[in-house]
Design a binder for this molecule. Structure first.
Ligand SMILES: C[S@@+](CC[C@H](N)C(=O)[O-])C[C@H]1O[C@@H](n2cnc3c(N)ncnc32)[C@H](O)[C@@H]1O
Length: 402
């Protein structure tokens, strides 16, 4: 059976205007996501992570000045204001504020003019900011021990605080698995890269060029430029992720595989994320055992993604019972629909597809092609024809330029 990857929320690929269609709903999240796509500078995972942190924090803490520490683009700070307008202002604090933070802020202000003048971007360290008891302190992915500093700063004044810690150190289990796969030596297994991807953003002009080439679907040119940048900035993991995606778009699976393997070797602390991208390529290449070993690397940090990958691997092996169980563990209606169709349960597959559609959260790649197959099986030929037509039109839009 043919299995298709879904839209990973954990990817560090940038959201651009090409992703607008994925967020077509009227929910606040979709509206924010569309503004983020328009800005064209934010890694996908930051949108989902900031949203989850903001949403959970606002369930507990209303009002107060928002202090976003190690803020990066400061999206979390701005989401906190959008979710609760009783907060008067927010400050986004980071010693290396990315230049594109301004672009993102402008895009959000265009949609929510009430943000204008209420968000301060402070180029400073956590230790340089005054925190008061009335503040709500938030922080997502403050690297390594920085999260402890955030907690210290907040607790010193009894400010309310919520953090999403950063997993910048391998635990011993992960280190062992990486050693077994040959990425790090057993003795050196606990060593992690001390590189901070954000430190490489000084090369912003080149990054902008990469983003533009990717947006124009000129993947071959984008890949050449990224290879050049990585030769001098080997720890730039965001870029390596985008390079892998570019090679996948070009169907150059050998280079995509090498890119993800290099990524795991260079930034082993990010291994769980890259392992899933690599597993995806390995499935395509038919290396199913290797794919499973890499999917398992992500089980702790991204159980949904890992189970979804394991479901696809089991399906590719023809073990549909295991594939169904893994798809259910992943909560992936899309893979479940593929498995049910392979089990000749077209009605069940259609129900799973309808659940995806009714969630209005964007449709996974391959949705219409699968819907077409399901309708065909059910003898609903006109609906199958329309679904295949949609699939064809989408595939044409996704084709690399040139
Ligand atoms: C992994 S990024 C997280 C960015 C953002 N919060 C997110 O979730 O995408 C970690 C950030 O911590 C920042 N940082 C490093 N040292 C810092 C310090 N002493 N005080 C505040 N931020 C710091 C870096 O510049 C970087 O932007």
């Amino acid at each position: 059976m043919t299995v298709h990857p879904t839209f990973s929320h954990a990817s560090t690929a940038r959201l651009t205007s090409h992703d607008l269609g994925r967020f077509s709903g009227a929910t606040l999240f979709d509206r924010i996501a569309r503004a983020v796509c328009e800005a064209g500078c934010l890694p996908r995972k930051e949108l989902y992570e900031a949203w989850e942190v903001a949403r959970r924090t606002r369930r507990l803490f209303r009002g107060g000045r928002v202090v976003d520490l190690a803020a990066g683009h400061g999206l979390l700070a701005q989401m906190m204001l959008l979710l609760d307008d009783t907060s008067p202002s927010a400050v986004a604090v980071d010693p290396h504020l990315p230049a594109s933070a301004a672009r993102l802020h402008e895009a959000l202000c265009l949609h929510w003019p009430r943000l204008v003048g209420r968000v301060e971007f402070l180029s400073a360290g956590i230790e340089d900011v005054e925190v008061t008891a009335a503040d709500v302190v938030v922080s997502a992915h403050a690297c390594g021990a920085l999260t402890d500093v955030v907690l210290d700063r907040a607790s010193a004044t009894l400010a309310r605080v919520a953090v999403l810690p950063c997993c910048h150190h391998l635990d011993s289990e992960e280190a062992k698995k990486l050693a077994a796969l040959g990425y790090v030596s057993a003795q050196g297994a606990a060593a992690t890269s001390s590189l901070n991807p954000r430190d490489h953003l000084r090369d912003l002009d080149a990054l902008k060029q990469v983003t533009e080439l990717v947006s124009a679907r000129k993947f071959a040119e984008a890949a050449a430029l990224m290879e050049k940048l990585l030769a001098t900035n080997p720890g730039w993991s965001d870029l390596r992720d985008q390079l892998g995606v570019a090679y996948e778009q070009l169907h150059d699976l050998a280079r995509a595989e090498k890119t993800y393997r290099d990524a795991i070797r260079t930034t082993p602390e990010l291994a769980p994320e890259f392992a899933l991208s690599l597993a995806n390529v390995l499935i395509e290449r038919g290396a199913l055992d290797d794919a499973a070993a890499h999917a398992e690397l992500a089980l702790v940090h991204n159980p949904r993604g890992a189970h979804e990958m394991l479901a696809r691997i089991a399906a590719a092996r023809g073990d549909l019972v295991l594939a169904k169980r893994e798809a259910e563990l992943a909560g992936s209606d899309f893979v479940l629909a593929q498995v049910l169709l392979a089990q000749n349960d077209a009605a069940g597959a259609l129900a799973a597809l309808q659940r995806i559609y009714s969630r209005k959260q964007g449709l996974p790649q391959g949705y219409f092609a699968l819907a077409g197959e399901v309708f065909l099986k059910l003898g609903r030929e006109e609906e199958a024809r329309l679904a295949f037509l949609q699939a064809k039109q989408l595939a044409e839009r996704r084709r690399p330029a040139g």
